[in-house]
Design a protein around this ligand. Structure first.
Ligand SMILES: NC(=O)c1ccc[n+]([C@@H]2O[C@H](COP(=O)([O-])OP(=O)(O)OC[C@H]3O[C@@H](n4cnc5c(N)ncnc54)[C@H](OP(=O)(O)O)[C@@H]3O)[C@@H](O)[C@H]2O)c1
Length: 257
């Protein structure tokens, strides 16, 4: 459906769940793909399966120096970047604010906020240097649209990603030479796989049922349904869309304002 032939695309957190599905879809659509993740053996396995157009680079996105090194590699090897999906993210143990722990707070902020910031900064630098074109999609969450009790760090981090997305979209929407880098986000609701492994869902049936009940469609979403939105936002089909936080949540947020 979408043609990314010859486009150089980056996916952070591309080794499982939503990021893996987006990576598979970009490869199917002809992209040259760079996948980032921390676990090198998982990453090499994914790269081998996706074939020669996929390069895995181990990287902790929370570490600004590692991210800078990766972008030097990308610049040397490809000389440009067309599309980026900043998707690496983690959640914290479910706890109300009074019982939440500072380590969880720091870890979620470091990976979700600083990780997205570190990557987006380098992506914009490369895209601006190469002629001011490109498309970036960040992964927010329905928890970044409507705050989620028991997930203070995660909710704050995803709201920060929404704001970061909008600031970068305004700054890069129109250059003097007519160029444009579009920056959008997807805000998934409960998605099967990834953070919602079968094992975790079976371990807490009440929580699983609650995740289903909060959606209007009364079901989990699939990674492929998020990938549909991401590929659209990365493609020229969405050429007049920037600064948008696109909910892919089975109607979780609708009617709750
Ligand atoms: N699943 C859902 O229901 C849902 C709903 C809303 C939003 N989201 C968001 O969607 C994104 C993906 O979630 P998912 O469910 O697909 O989770 P997942 O399967 O756990 O995938 C997370 C990915 O991020 C990578 N990652 C984590 N920390 C990283 C770091 N510091 N540096 C580089 N890579 C890192 C992981 O690989 P390594 O561990 O090897 O680094 C993995 O590839 C997250 O941002 C999440 O907040 C998910």
């Amino acid at each position: 459906m979408y043609d990314f032939t010859g486009k150089v695309c980056l996916v952070t957190g591309g080794t499982s769940g939503i990021g893996l599905r987006v990576s598979e879809r970009l490869i199917d659509a002809g992209a040259q793909l760079i996948v980032l993740g921390r676990d090198a053996s998982k990453g090499q396995e994914v790269a081998q399966r996706l074939g020669e157009r996929c390069l895995f680079v181990p990287c902790d996105v929370a570490d600004a120096a590692q991210v800078e090194d990766v972008f030097q590699t990308i610049d040397r090897r490809y000389g440009l970047l067309d599309c980026a999906f900043n998707n690496a993210g983690v959640t914290a143990r479910h706890a109300e604010v009074v019982e939440s722990c500072a380590q969880d707070w720091d870890r979620v902020m470091a990976i979700n906020i600083s990780g997205t910031y570190n990557c987006m900064k380098q992506e914009l630098r490369l895209m601006q240097a190469q002629g001011r074109h490109g498309a970036i999609v960040n992964t927010s969450s329905s928890a970044g649209v409507l705050p989620l009790a028991g997930q203070v760090a995660y909710s704050v981090s995803k709201q920060a990603i929404n704001t970061m997305t909008q600031v970068a979209s305004i700054e890069n929407a129109r250059f003097a030479d007519g160029g444009c880098i579009r920056v959008n986000a997807v805000a998934p609701g409960p998605i099967l796989g990834g953070m919602n492994t079968q094992e975790r869902l079976l371990a807490s049936p009440r929580n699983t049922q609650r995740k289903i009940d909060v959606t209007s469609m009364k079901r989990f979403g699939r990674a492929d349904e998020v990938a549909n939105a991401v590929l659209w936002l990365l493609s020229e089909q969405s050429s007049y869309v920037t600064g948008h936080i696109l909910s892919v949540d089975g109607g979780y947020a609708s009617g709750k304002f």
